[in-house]
Design a binder for this molecule. Structure first.
Ligand code: ADP
Ligand code: MG
Length: 254
């Protein structure tokens, strides 16, 4: 059994004339927590969205657990999967965005149980039980009946994490999960992510939180200009970067 979780090979993606991903190569191992850094516009969000086929790729390949994402292969050509099949692949991949996009008309509890019941077809009793456990896990057992507007940004983001986990993903993608939060609320979200990392979840986290990267990440990936410039341990990339572009970026954010 291979321990590779995510494999990206020479992934290209353009929006019109804008060649955003210019040959991404990256391997993420099972249980690895990788922080993805890079200047604004370097393609970090686009790459995350390609991993769960929210965006189509123009060439190259992305595999999760050895399975091609979003496409089937025939000869040397790739054909896009039917939306329903792509959606099934996506169910195993949780995603948390910068803006806590909870459903505003549903309680925290309903936000968490909605997809397991209606998408995964879980029994209500089962979905409820796991929702309670997830609320406990993110430290919000007492907020089950609260509506998003009654929660702080940090609490909403913790519910968003619980909601993603309710689909029982084995890969979690975080796209700047704390960037929209007031500074005093960042820590509680990072704590939840840290405890998730300790469960062995494979995580790719776009973040500018260098403390988190140093303390929690197994690896740091630095992207610039649509390619992975450096990938290594936090020590290698953050303390002893090999590339001028990495050093220039770090000098601005550290
Ligand atoms: P990052 O997350 O690193 O800041 P993004 O992946 O969001 O970078 O964006 C990279 C580039 O792709 C930017 O120039 C952005 O304008 C462009 N882009 C992203 N999504 C779209 C889209 N859906 N349509 C057109 N251009 C897009
Ligand atoms: Mg982004």
């Amino acid at each position: 059994m291979s321990d590779v979780k995510v494999l990206a090979q020479d992934v290209h993606k353009s929006f019109g004339d804008n060649h955003v991903l210019q040959g991404i190569n990256l391997t993420i191992r099972k249980g690895e927590v990788s922080c993805l850094l890079g200047p604004s516009g370097s393609g970090k969000s686009t790459f995350l969205r390609c991993i769960n086929h929210l965006e189509t790729i123009d060439s190259g390949r992305i595999e999760v657990d050895g399975t091609l994402i979003g496409y089937r292969e025939h000869g040397d050509k790739l054909y896009e999967l039917q939306p329903s099949v792509a959606a099934q692949q996506r169910e195993n991949i949780g995603m948390v965005f910068q803006r806590f996009n909870l459903f505003p008309h549903m309680t925290a509890f309903e936000n968490i149980t909605c997809a397991p019941i209606f998408v995964r077809g879980e029994r209500k009793s089962e979905a409820r039980e796991s929702a309670l456990a997830l609320l406990e896990q993110v430290g919000l057992a007492d907020k089950a009946d609260a509506y998003p507007r009654e929660l702080s940004g940090g609490q909403q983001q913790r519910i968003a994490i619980a909601r993603a986990l309710a689909m029982k993903p084995d890969l979690m993608l975080f796209d700047e999960p704390t960037s929209a939060l007031d500074p005093e609320l960042v820590g509680e979200v990072l704590e939840v992510m840290k405890s998730l990392a300790e469960t062995g979840m494979t995580m790719i986290v776009v973040t500018h939180e260098m403390g988190f990267a140093r303390e929690v990440a197994d690896s740091v990936t630095f992207m610039d200009g649509g390619v992975v410039v450096e990938h290594g341990t936090p020590e290698e990339v953050l303390v002893h970067p090999q590339h001028g572009r990495t050093r220039a970026f770090l000098s601005k954010v550290l």
